[in-house]
Ligand binder design. Structure first.
Ligand SMILES: [Cu+2]
Length: 172
């Protein structure tokens, strides 16, 4: 059923982007998103990251399996964890499970969309598109705003959400 829904969702989002209604948040029948924020870069910085809160309003569990962007040569979904006193990033194995009715927060110091091999500088306040690829819902295109590190997440509640996910839950 999700496959049938996926095209209308993309069309609806594209229309919202064109009409500028997604400056705060974009929404679909299945997923809603906080404003996506990208870490602004200065000339020559090779990588950046994007952050947002993703909420699954649907009745079936889904999984963020990839992300795509023209501003980077490689885009991966990363986690960041303390390992013997050192912060380490790594690609999330098998994607990010988002259970029906649940939400996951990608935020500095934790989960993030990693943008590697930037093809452009991300000037503060500039806007960039990233496509989130869900296992069932398909591609959803979002527009995010580059922010200076100190300004990221200033307006995003629910910072703790990434810590109450039950990762042991089987979603398939
Ligand atoms: Cu990373």
């Amino acid at each position: 059923m999700a496959k049938i829904l996926h095209r209308p969702v993309v069309v609806a989002l594209a229309m919202m982007v064109m009409s500028g209604m997604n400056s705060i948040a974009a929404a679909s029948d299945i997923f809603s998103f906080s404003e996506m924020q990208l870490r602004a870069t200065v000339a020559g910085m090779p990588s950046s990251a994007a952050y947002l809160k993703i909420t699954n309003n649907g009745v079936s569990d889904d999984r963020l399996i990839a992300a795509k962007a023209t501003i980077a040569q490689r885009v991966e979904i990363h986690s960041m964890e303390m390992d013997q006193g050192v912060m380490r990033m790594r690609a999330v194995d098998g994607g990010l499970a988002i259970a029906a009715g649940d939400s996951v927060t990608l935020a500095p110091g934790g989960l993030h969309i990693m943008l590697m091999g930037l093809t452009t500088d991300l000037a503060p306040d500039s806007q960039h598109e990233i496509i989130l690829v869900f296992e069932k819902a398909g591609d959803i295109k979002l527009t995010g705003t580059a922010k200076r590190p100190a300004d990221i997440m200033m307006n995003m509640p629910g910072h703790d959400a990434s810590h109450n996910q039950d990762h042991s839950k089987k979603s398939q």
